[in-house]
Design a protein around this ligand. Structure first.
Ligand code: 4AZ
Length: 241
């Protein structure tokens, strides 16, 4: 994250780390139950190569192996296009261990974030927040989870013309000082409504540069994928019986 500030230890309760071969590779958002949402470009269809780490605040706590959950299945959007970043969305299904029904032990530091339904709207200009361990302005990654406020931006085609597709959302900062960056990918852009409900409005996906005027961050627009998410989460639930 460029700009913003360090999070408090249990501030961003839905933030997870996607761990690949023992390293934090990306962020993700906990949807509850056995489900994590991340970017398609963060994963491969190889569940054994990945783990999900919960309630991580300092990266060094990776060495402490509690709250690391194995992965059962990785569902990458069927129309994900790695060269255009279209449909950059994936669901990670956690492995339900015998001793851990529901995949996760009860943990007051972990909370699910809501999936926005298709017709939910947050207006351009809304303030939402991003979080991650990715690069800062100098290019260093963070040891302590960072977060920042960004503004939803209308009509991103004017910044990225034909590279901006339906199913993408833009957010940033008018002064270009705040942005997601490399390493934040897969992490959530969260918007909170007037009643205090928080929704994973976006998934950190791509952008030209980080934190520069005229180059907002591009996010997968989660509401656009509501039916896809429901289909895959619902299907898995149904096949258990
Ligand atoms: C990246 O390389 C990346 N400024 C992620 C987000 C942004 C740029 C690059 C948005 O993963």
């Amino acid at each position: 994250v460029v700009g913003g500030e360090e999070a408090l230890p249990t501030q961003i309760q839905w933030q997870v780390a996607v761990v690949e071969d023992g390293q934090i590779h990306c962020g993700g958002a906990y949807l509850g139950g056995c489900w994590v949402l991340t970017a398609a470009h963060c994963v491969r269809p190889k569940p054994k190569a990945f783990q999900i780490k919960f309630s991580i605040w300092k990266k060094l706590s990776l060495l402490n192996t509690t709250d690391i959950v194995p992965v059962k299945n990785i569902i990458i959007h069927q129309d994900y296009n790695p060269s255009t970043y279209q449909n950059d969305i994936a669901l990670v299904q956690l492995k339900e261990l015998n001793l851990m029904p529901g995949c996760l032990k009860p943990n007051p530091a972990v909370r699910a974030v809501c999936v926005p339904w298709s017709t939910l709207q947050f207006q351009p200009g809304s303030t939402c927040s991003i979080s991650g361990w990715g690069r800062n302005k100098v290019g260093d990654t963070a040891n302590i989870l960072k977060w920042a406020n960004v503004t939803l931006i209308e009509d991103c085609g004017k910044y990225y013309s034909d590279r901006f597709y339906e199913g993408m959302e833009c957010a940033g900062d008018l002064e270009g000082k705040v942005d997601s960056c490399q390493g934040d990918s897969g992490g959530p852009l969260v918007c909170t409504d007037a009643s205090g409900m928080s929704y994973v409005w976006g998934i950190v996906s791509w952008g030209e540069k980080c934190g520069e005027v005229g180059f907002p961050g591009v996010y997968t627009k989660v509401a656009h994928y509501f039916e896809w998410i429901r289909f895959h989460m619902g299907w898995q639930a149904v096949t258990k019986f």
